[in-house]
Design a protein. Structure first.
Length: 418
């Protein structure tokens, strides 16, 4: 009911949908995908060099890096709820998202001025604040632009464009490191300029239909309280599933560091590792999204975590350190993201009323981000105490048990209709 009434208003003021393979995608989805593409080029330039910059360049320990990676994942998670609530209350989802994009752009410039591990951590926390503010409003704009049966396709298209930026970002970082004398500062400078471009694109090309004006005799009803979301059993199950699996989700930065150790890879080539992951994600995002619409989003989401488990086991296996190992780990990691990132949002969208769409998506993202924050802390501590191999083995065992528990618990709410 909520989607059918909101879609007409949203699409009426939308830009024309592109032709060809993306013909069924509203212009809002396509424009947001382009903004995300540009922004991800900027973000992934920094992310690609960050592990070595902090651990090799600034001397950060694995435990400290685990805390920072967790901060990167979820320390600002509560701001997602604040951003979602503000966006729903004001009906200015584009403005809230734009504020988040602008804050992240400022933080790229701030990286040029900090030189200690924890000052970098403070800047990254502010950058994650920007991401926390923008993610739920952006996903709500996408969700409200399409009917329930096309949610997986819409998020698949957006994540494919987003991942094109994730593919180009490490390549750009590699190119800058290759030619620049002071490589890290040059990476941060170029990243800042590209982030500003993303903010400009959002302001110029993303359109949000105005909220309907109530009749004079019927003033707009107040926004329902957040506790309304707790009465939705499907959303409760989704939050619990995302949190349980997120606790044992090994961050890709740790997997890249483990690969780098196995391969004894030069620091100059380290930014190329995320390129393989991004390439697979880019190719798989749309077909996996369409598969989730047909097969069921819960099944695809759980299958994605099984693929991540496969990547962990491959790193633990006594296989030669060569191209097959690299290709296998990066392919499994890329498929994991394709089967989980947009699919989770597509599963949640139809469960939520339009007036609480942004808040509900933010609550789900917060549950997952907080779990991943705790997981990164635990993994960093295990690495420090027992070494990387033992830490990865414990994480793989925990992920296997959590997958089994979630699969046995079953429950509806993330199937074909969600």
């Amino acid at each position: 009911m909520y989607l059918s009434t909101s879609r007409a208003a949203d699409i009426a003021g939308d830009t024309p949908a592109p032709k060809g393979p993306l013909r069924a995608v509203p212009g809002t989805v396509f424009a947001l995908g382009l903004v995300s593409l540009v922004t991800d080029v900027s973000a992934e330039m920094v992310t690609a060099v960050l592990p070595l910059y902090l651990m090799a360049g600034l001397g950060m320990s694995p435990l400290a890096f685990g805390a920072l990676d967790g901060l990167h994942q979820g320390a600002t998670a509560l701001l997602r709820l604040a951003g979602g609530r503000i966006a729903d209350r004001t009906h200015r989802r584009k403005l809230v998202a734009g504020t988040g994009y602008a804050l992240s752009a400022v933080c790229k410039a701030a990286l040029l001025a900090v030189t200690t591990p924890w000052s970098v951590a403070a800047v990254l926390a502010a950058d994650r604040t920007g991401k926390g503010l923008r993610t739920a409003p952006r996903d709500a704009l996408i969700s409200l632009s399409v009917p329930p049966e096309e949610q997986g396709r819409a998020f698949g298209v957006h994540r494919a464009l987003d991942t094109a930026g994730a593919l180009l970002g490490p390549l750009a970082a590699f190119g800058v490191l290759w030619v620049a004398v002071d490589g890290y500062e040059a990476v941060f400078t170029v990243s800042c300029c590209i982030a500003v471009l993303g903010v400009v694109m959002l302001a110029l090309f993303v359109r949000e239909a105005p909220a309907p004006v109530p009749a004079s005799a019927a003033p707009r009803a107040p926004l329902p309280p957040v506790r309304t979301l707790l009465r939705l059993p499907g959303l409760r199950r989704l939050c619990l599933t995302a949190a349980v699996l997120g606790l044992f989700t090994v961050g890709d930065a740790f997997l890249y560091l483990l690969l780098q150790r196995r391969l004894d890879l030069s620091a100059a080539y380290f930014p190329l590792l995320p390129v393989g992951t991004a390439a697979v994600f880019l190719l798989a995002a749309l077909p996996v999204g369409r598969l989730a619409d047909r097969l069921g989003r819960r099944r695809v989401f759980l299958g994605g975590h099984a693929l991540l488990l496969g990547a962990c086991l491959l790193l633990l296996a006594p296989v030669p350190a060569g191209a097959p190992l690299v290709a296998g780990v990066l392919a499994l990691l890329g498929l994991f993201y394709a089967a989980t990132d947009g699919v989770l949002m597509a599963a949640a969208g139809p469960l939520l009323p339009a007036e609480l769409r942004t808040t509900g998506l933010a609550a789900l993202q917060t549950a997952q981000a907080l779990a991943r924050f705790a997981g990164s802390l635990l993994f960093g501590a295990a690495w420090t105490l027992w070494g990387p191999g033992q830490a990865l083995g414990l994480a793989a065992g925990g992920l296997l048990l959590s997958l089994a528990a979630v699969a046995v618990s079953g429950g509806r709410g993330t199937g074909r209709s969600s």
